[in-house]
Design a protein around this ligand. Structure first.
Ligand code: NDP
Length: 455
C-alpha cells in the first residue's frame, strides 16, 4: 500500500517539530499540521514568554541592589504595553524560525486542524484527507479551569501574555509550577499578588526544605501566599467604571480582585481527535496511552509530549520525539529515559532540582542529608535577607547522590550541570574530590563535610 507520506505529525510544538525534522533528515517524506501557531505551548504561551517575563520582573529588585552597590539611579514604572508588544514581536520571530526550519527540512506544512480518521488517515479541517504510514500525535495540553461557580471569569496562563493592561491586584489559584512562577513574576512587575493553594505547602512533590524556602522567599518579597485556601465562589463586581471579580474563599473571606488567574493543572489535547474511534487508548486524564517507545495501541500511531501526560516538560517532549524517530525511522528501538530529569522552577527565589527529594529518598533507603542555607555574598552586601539552599541527598549504602536541590538565583543553570553528575551516578565522594570554584554559591555543593542528619 502506498501512502501520501511516511510520517504525518499532528501538532507543531517543540516535540512535533523536532520529530518531523529529524524524521525528514532520514529521507522520510514528512508532513506536519498545526491549527494555531508554530512553536506550540513552549514558544507561544509557555516557557519562552514566561522566561522573558521573569527577566522583566527581576529588574525591580535589581534597582534596589544597584543602589546598594553604589549606583545612583532612579526607578521608573514598568511599561507593560511596551514590553508586551516587544514580547509578541519576539514570539513571532521565533515562530518564523520554527517554520523556516521545517521548510528547510522539506517537511510539508498544513496550517489546519488535523484529526485521526483511521490508523493511516488524517482528516484536515480544510476538507482534505491525507494518508501516512505513521501518524505522530503531538498535540500538547491546555490549562483547565476548576469546577467553581464563576471560574469562567478568571484567566489562565494562555491569556496572561495578552492582557491589555496589567492588573493592580490579582489572585492566583494553584500551587504548582505555573501558579508559583506567575505569583513571583507579577509581584516583581509591581502587581499586588495573592496566591491561594489548597494544600499545606506549594510545589507538592518537591523537596520539603527547598519548597519551604521558596515559599518563605516569596512571602518575604510580598506575595500574600494563603495556604489551605481555595476559591468557593466568584462573581463579576463592578464599582463605577472599574470592573473586578468578587471572590469568596474556603475560609469564608471575601475580596475583590482585578483579575483571577487559575493555574490548576493542564489536560491533554485529545478531545474530538478521533483517537478512540481509530483504536487508540485514551486514559482517565484524557492522555494518549503509550508504551516506552511512545507507541499507542494502534501500531501505526505514536504520541509524544504533554498529550501523553508523562512528564510535562519541553526537553522531555523533544527527547520523546527523537527516540520515536530512532525507533521507527532508524531501525534502532530506543525507549525514552525518564529517570533523573533535572528541572527548574523560575520562582523568585529560583529552584533547581534533580533526583529524589529527601522525603522520597528516606522512604526508599537509609540516607545522609547534606544541606546548608545561607545568605550569599551578593545579597548580604545589598542588604537583602534572601537565603539560598544547597542540598544533597546521599545513599548510605551506595554513597550515590540521589537528589540535589538548589534554591538560589540561577539555580536552573546550576542544576543543569549538577544534573550531569547525578545522572552519571556520582557519589558524595566524587563531589568532594572536585575542587571548589571560589567565591560562588555552588561551591557549597563540594564543601559540605558532615551530614546535617541521617534517616
Ligand atoms: P501542576 O500540576 O504543577 O499544578 C497544579 C496546581 O493546581 C497544584 O498546586 C494543584 O494542587 C492545584 N489544583 C489542581 N486542581 C485544583 C482545584 N480544583 N482547585 C484548586 N487547586 C487545584 O500544574 P501547572 O498548571 O502549574 O503546570 C503544568 C505542568 O507544566 C507542570 O507539571 C510542569 O511539568 C509544566 N511546567 C514546567 C515549568 C518549568 O519547567 N519551569 C513551568 C511551567 C509549567 P495539588 O498540589 O493539591 O494537586
Amino acid at each position: 500500500m502506498t501512502f501520501d507520506y511516511d510520517l504525518f505529525v499532528i501538532g507543531g510544538g517543540s516535540g512535533g517539530v523536532r520529530a518531523a525534522r529529524v524524521a525528514a533528515a532520514t529521507g522520510a517524506k514528512v508532513a506536519l499540521a498545526e491549527e494555531f501557531r508554530m512553536g506550540g505551548t513552549c514558544v507561544i504561551r509557555g516557557c519562552v514568554p514566561k522566561k522573558l517575563m521573569v527577566f522583566a520582573s527581576g529588574y525591580s529588585e535589581m534597582f534596589d541592589d544597584a543602589r546598594a552597590y553604589g549606583w545612583d539611579l532612579q526607578e521608573g514604572d514598568f511599561n507593560w504595553l511596551r514590553f508586551r508588544d516587544k514580547l509578541h514581536a519576539e514570539l513571532s520571530r521565533l515562530e518564523g524560525i520554527y517554520r523556516k526550519l521545517l521548510d528547510g527540512s522539506d517537511v510539508a506544512i498544513f496550517d489546519a486542524r488535523a484529526t485521526v480518521k483511521d490508523p493511516h488517515t488524517v482528516a484536515l479541517s480544510n476538507g482534505k484527507d491525507v494518508t501516512a504510514k505513521h501518524i505522530l500525535v503531538a498535540t500538547g495540553g491546555r490549562p483547565v479551569l476548576p469546577e467553581i461557580p464563576g471560574a469562567e471569569l478568571g484567566i489562565t496562563s494562555n491569556e496572561i501574555f495578552l492582557l491589555d493592561e496589567m492588573p493592580k491586584n490579582i489572585l492566583i489559584v494553584g500551587g504548582g509550577y505555573i501558579a508559583s512562577e506567575f505569583a513571583c513574576i507579577l509581584k516583581g512587575l509591581g502587581v499586588k499578588v495573592t496566591q491561594f493553594y489548597r494544600g499545606a505547602q506549594i510545589l507538592r512533590g518537591f523537596d520539603d526544605e527547598a519548597r519551604g524556602l521558596v515559599a518563605e522567599g516569596m512571602r518575604a518579597k510580598g506575595v500574600d501566599l494563603q495556604l489551605g485556601t481555595n476559591v468557593v465562589d466568584m462573581r463579576a463586581a463592578t464599582d463605577g467604571d472599574h470592573k473586578g471579580i468578587w471572590v469568596k474563599d474556603s475560609n469564608g473571606q471575601e475580596a475583590v480582585y482585578d483579575q483571577v488567574m487559575f493555574a490548576t493543572g493542564r489536560a491533554p489535547n485529545t478531545g474530538d481527535m478521533g483517537l478512540q474511534a481509530a483504536g487508540v487508548e485514551v486514559g482517565r486524564q484524557g492522555e494518549v496511552v503509550v508504551d516506552e517507545y511512545s507507541q499507542t495501541a494502534v501500531p501505526s500511531i505514536y504520541a509524544i509530549g504533554d498529550v501523553t501526560n508523562r512528564v510535562q516538560l519541553t526537553p522531555v517532549a523533544i527527547r520523546e520525539g527523537m527516540a520515536f524517530v530512532e525507533t521507527v525511522f532508524k531501525g534502532n528501538p530506543t525507549p525514552v529515559d525518564h529517570a533523573l530529569i533535572p528541572s527548574a522552577i523560575f520562582t523568585q527565589p529560583e529552584m533547581g532540582t534533580v533526583g529524589l527529594s529527601e522525603e522520597d529518598a528516606r522512604a526508599q533507603e537509609p540516607v545522609e542529608i547534606y544541606s546548608t542555607a545561607f545568605k550569599p555574598m551578593n545579597h548580604a552586601f545589598a542588604g537583602r535577607d534572601d537565603r539560598v539552599l544547597m542540598k544533597l541527598v546521599v545513599s548510605v549504602a551506595t554513597r550515590k547522590v540521589l537528589g540535589c536541590h538548589i534554591v538560589a538565583d540561577h539555580a536552573g543553570e546550576m542544576i543543569q550541570l549538577a544534573g550531569i553528575a547525578v545522572k552519571m551516578g556520582a557519589t558524595k565522594e566524587d563531589f568532594d574530590r572536585t575542587v571548589a570554584v571560589h567565591p560562588t554559591m555552588a561551591e557549597e555543593l563540594v564543601t559540605m563535610k558532615e551530614p546535617v542528619r541521617t534517616a
